[in-house]
Write a protein that binds this ligand. Structure first.
Ligand SMILES: [Zn+2]
Length: 155
């Protein structure tokens, strides 16, 4: 990594710290030419394993593309979608695995999406969990209602 001040290519690490519960590493560096200091953050590259067997780097926009469709016509803002994408990425990073099966990305979306908009959640869940009949919707709605009447434990 080159120096952001003078573009010199030789920099030295002064200090490394694990941050974000182990999800990233911050390094304090100094440039051997101009001696100015700067900080870099190293993030683990998350890889999504697709059902086809192919893998691709995790991309937040791609991950929430299905959510965006499910939110069509719902009072969900771009900001809220961005926050959801962030929450999903944070959850996946916290889980600590470098490779994530695509269905686990979907699983990580369900919780925050349900909190955001129940209609969008039902739409997304119907595609993602392959609802096959109206009964599947009724079961899911019954679960939503049952859980709404009970205080949800927070952890
Ligand atoms: Zn420099």
């Amino acid at each position: 990594m080159h120096c952001p001040y003078c573009r010199h290519t030789d920099t030295r690490v002064l200090d490394s710290r694990v941050a974000d519960d182990g999800g990233s590493i911050r390094r304090r560096r100094t440039c051997s030419a101009c001696e100015r200091r700067f900080t870099t953050v190293e993030l683990m590259q998350l890889t999504v394993l697709k059902r086809s067997g192919a893998s691709e780097p995790f991309a937040r926009d791609k991950a929430i593309a299905g959510v965006r469709k499910a939110c069509k016509g719902r009072p969900v803002t771009e900001d809220e979608l961005a926050c959801l994408g962030q929450a999903v990425e944070d959850a996946l990073r916290l889980a600590g695995a470098a490779e994530i099966p695509a269905h686990e990305v979907g699983m990580a979306i369900l919780g925050p999406l349900r909190a955001l908009d129940e209609v969008a959640y039902l739409r997304f869940a119907s595609v993602y969990r392959a609802f096959e009949s109206a009964d599947d919707f009724e079961d899911e709605i019954a679960t939503l209602r049952a859980e709404r009447t009970q205080p949800v434990p927070t952890g």
